[in-house]
Design a protein around this ligand. Sequence first.
Ligand code: KIV
Ligand code: ZN
Length: 513
Amino acid sequence: MSDDGVIIFDTTLRDGEQAAGINLNMAEKLQIAHQLARLKVDVIEAGFPAASEGDLEAVKRIAQEVKGPIIAGLARARKEDIKAAYEAVKYSDRPRIHTFIATSDIHLKYKLKMSREEVLKAVEEAVKYAKSLVDDVEFSAEDASRSDLDFLVQVFKVALDCGATTLNIPDTVGYAYPAEFGEFVKAIIDGVGAGSGVVWSVHCHNDLGLAVANSLAGIKAGARQVECTINGLGERAGNAALEEIVMALKTRKDIFGIDTKIDTPKLYETSRLVSRLTGVVVPPNKAIVGANAFSHESGIHQHGVLCNRATYEIMRPEDVGFPGTRLYLGKHSGRHAFKKRLEEMGFNLDEEAFERAFKLFKDLCDKKEIVTDSDIEAFIADEILSVSPSKRFELKGFSLSIENGGKATATVTVLENGIEKTDAAVGNGPVDASYKAIKRIVGIDPTLKSYRIEATSERSDALGEAVIVLQYDSFTVVGRGASTDIIEASIKAYVNALNRLFAAASLKGVELS
Ligand code: KIV
Ligand code: ZN
């Protein structure tokens, strides 16, 4: 690869989606993929097609619909995985198969129960097979950072000889230290001696909080692809955060001398979208996209910034799309202004979804004087995207009576596959009572792992957005609901979570009872 940039390989929809408690539906994955394309990432790793029918279908839809970036599908070094990845990515104009196998002794001994010779054979067969299907083949040596250097060099040489075009060095368990990792990457590149026909890549996890630092050390050592996720989502402590790597390369060009093609003013809206759809909150002090990333609180700092922003700011807020004072929308705003705002916020709705969204917007304008961007984000995410077309449950209505001291009785009516069902329950407050009534209707008793409700703005007529996590059987799902009435938002979130739970179970062929 030429030195005209670092390839940004986004794995939010694969490694990010693997994180505990995240499960995106098809509409949500498509929104994120479209936004990643708008952000101008080079590669979207859209999923792991062999994992389930649902994963394969999602990667296929992304490959069919999202144009611009390379669309990659992950596959273990097994024929059936590679075939599934091909079946999904083949619809893209730029398909990639990303195959991997572990190379560290600890993984060989306890997980794979394979010898080094067997691993070399598996790499050869997997890469050759992938190459027979697509031109663009990436090979990853899982747990590379804890693997023996000489063996790793041998493994990569085999992958290269069999046609791999990208060779990826993961720090799978987030064990590496930047200076050490940089030297390791350099030693591998020198050892393999592949020349310019191959792209070296790094993929770092954040268990010690060093994922971004290690990724940058990898780039300094010659890697020209970096694998990362929006907001640093990913297994355990996550992956390297895309926005941090991109802004580090841009801000410290004096050190790296190399940039990316990312449209950085779209970073903030992308972060918001991913946070909203995954339910994973961005901490206020998060670098680049946290709410306080550009706030100056102390008097001395404020004074300095007023004299000259560069005294305390190394990046301009507008370079990452940090929102300035945008005009609020309200009842006089028309279809055109609403559509434009949706686009600015990273939503890409088809006509039918746009019409539903516009109606919701107008309904909201009747209830609220002004509609903020956060209100819009909440109802698009919760009422349009999170609702699957084949939803099993729908909230029909509810009524409450609340005694002094907090005891409440809720009567809830839900449509289950179109059939009306009503039940009532007493609980500690209206949310508890409503959830109990719904559980009686549905006949299962999921565990409520977390519940939070937030106002979408500081105004008292803001929407309340409830985000809950339910666990039942082997499934963990997030549910969201928004309304100007916070009890209704909470009930909607529960019904939404149940729909996701039953959808996830049915994908795995599990009958919930
Ligand atoms: O962390 C890892 O090693 C991975 C590989 C599949 C690239 O996610
Ligand atoms: Zn990973």
